[in-house]
Design a protein around this ligand. Structure first.
Ligand code: 6PG
Length: 254
């Protein structure tokens, strides 16, 4: 049974990014101490960019641990990795700019394959190999999965009303939702998200306020606000918000 989410609110985008970078570093340090490596799934979109840039700076203390990080993506657009719309491309320009993580510890989705279905199958196989688990068994357990939130309550590429919400496979193809960019996607699914040791939502801006309030204080159907379906079975659920994203909440976090 998942526990109540931890919610923290920050005055603006810059302090939100700093807090996110610090929390990622803290989780990484604990994971490396306990298991010798840190398995991190990156969120896409634009919100995490500032936090990735902070972490990617050689002056950030997290740099000293990054040789033990293994980096994955939560979802990807079916575009080349050097395309401006690529989620991995954004990580490469920010977090990976100084090359702090060994190339053989970095696992982008292979969007050069002929279809999103082929990319999903290939990524599942990669996860099974990296975690040394069978592809038909329980999902991999990541130390931390970062997620964003769309104005419509989607997360990763789990869009309202779409078949990916029902997927039981670890990775699935996902046709575009209503929000841009209108390209096919590939996404981790709820079984993987909910198997994580920790999931961290990073949400900024008042455009997200209605969805945040519905998800944290209401009980919308998963098909309407998919992010409400992220309830780690044994892991921690953390929401880091700026004041705009939190402006619709009735109660400030205890
Ligand atoms: C994507 C992301 C998506 C994103 C939200 C929020 O591929 O777009 O995975 O889930 O996190 O849409 O995006 P912004 O951070 O740009 O608002």
């Amino acid at each position: 049974m998942s526990t109540r989410p931890e919610i923290a609110i920050f005055p603006d985008a810059a302090t939100l990014a700093g807090a996110a970078a610090e929390r990622i570093h803290r989780v990484a340090t604990d994971a490396i101490r306990e298991r010798g490596h840190f398995d991190l799934v990156l969120a896409g979109g634009s919100t995490p960019e500032a936090a990735y840039t902070l972490l990617g700076s050689s002056s950030h203390p997290a740099h000293a641990t990054m040789s033990q990080w293994r980096l994955f993506v939560g979802d990807e657009r079916m575009v080349p990795l050097d395309d401006a719309r690529s989620n991995f491309g954004m990580a490469r320009r920010t977090l990976l700019a100084d090359g702090p993580i060994p190339d053989d510890h970095i696992f982008p989705m292979r969007t050069d394959l002929p279809s999103p279905e082929a990319v999903a199958t290939d990524y599942s196989t990669t996860l099974a190999q990296v975690f040394d688990i069978p592809t038909d068994g329980p999902p991999p357990c990541f130390d931390l999965i970062l997620l964003g939130l769309g104005d419509d309550g989607h997360t990763a590429s789990l869009f309202p009303g779409k078949p990916a919400l029902e997927a039981t496979k670890w990775v699935t193809a996902s046709p575009p939702g209503e929000l841009p960019p209108p390209v096919d996607r590939v996404t981790l699914t709820f079984p993987v998200l909910n198997a994580a040791r920790a999931v961290l939502f990073l949400v900024g801006g008042d455009k997200k306020a209605a969805a945040v309030a519905e998800i944290l204080e209401g009980s919308p159907p998963i098909t309407d606000r998919p992010a409400v379906g992220v309830r780690p079975e044994h892991g921690r659920l953390i929401w880091l918000l700026d004041a705009g994203a939190a402006s619709g909440l009735r109660s400030s976090p205890g």
